[in-house]
Design a binder for this molecule. Structure first.
Ligand SMILES: [Zn+2]
Length: 152
């Protein structure tokens, strides 16, 4: 990783430059992708897939980065099924929030008992700025470790 590929002050880039990273920041690390558990989620298993260099949109991905992504999604989805008992995973990408322009994909487990009002795009109700609803740091570390251990 060349530091020139990172954007100083960008949170995912700053984490990429950090070593060692906390468990929730490194559920999976491949050649081109790093996977973190969302820090601001009320839902266990809410994963964020991040390119290891600063990219703002899909068209900037190299062929190698794009090719690796499919396998990462498949492997993480299998791990989420084992750890959370989800029936499917949702995959979303916007990268529109202020300060979060670094391309990132949300990979989210959908529970068999998901309430109708939290299905589809409404699943974003689980991402919240209300810290009282966030999963506690120790629990996040345990969830991240469980998912990592279940990745095929
Ligand atoms: Zn960045």
């Amino acid at each position: 990783m060349r530091t020139s590929d990172l954007a100083p002050g960008c949170s995912p880039c700053d984490q990429q430059a950090t070593s060692p990273r906390p468990p929730r920041e490194e559920v999976l690390a491949t050649n081109h992708w790093r996977v973190a558990h969302a820090f601001n989620s009320a839902l266990p298993g809410w994963l964020i897939l991040l390119p290891t260099r600063h990219i703002a949109y899909f068209a900037e991905l190299t062929a190698a980065e794009a090719q690796e992504l499919g396998g990462v999604i498949r492997r993480l989805s299998a791990a989420l099924e084992v750890v959370t008992g989800c029936v499917k995973t949702y995959l979303m990408q916007f990268s529109e929030a202020e300060g979060f322009g670094h391309l990132h994909l949300h990979l989210v487990p959908r529970s068999p008992t998901e309430p109708r009002e939290a299905m589809g795009p409404a699943v974003f109700t689980y991402l919240t700025s209300e810290q009282a609803q966030w999963i506690l740091a120790e629990e996040l570390a345990e969830i991240a470790n469980s998912i990592r251990a279940a990745i095929p």
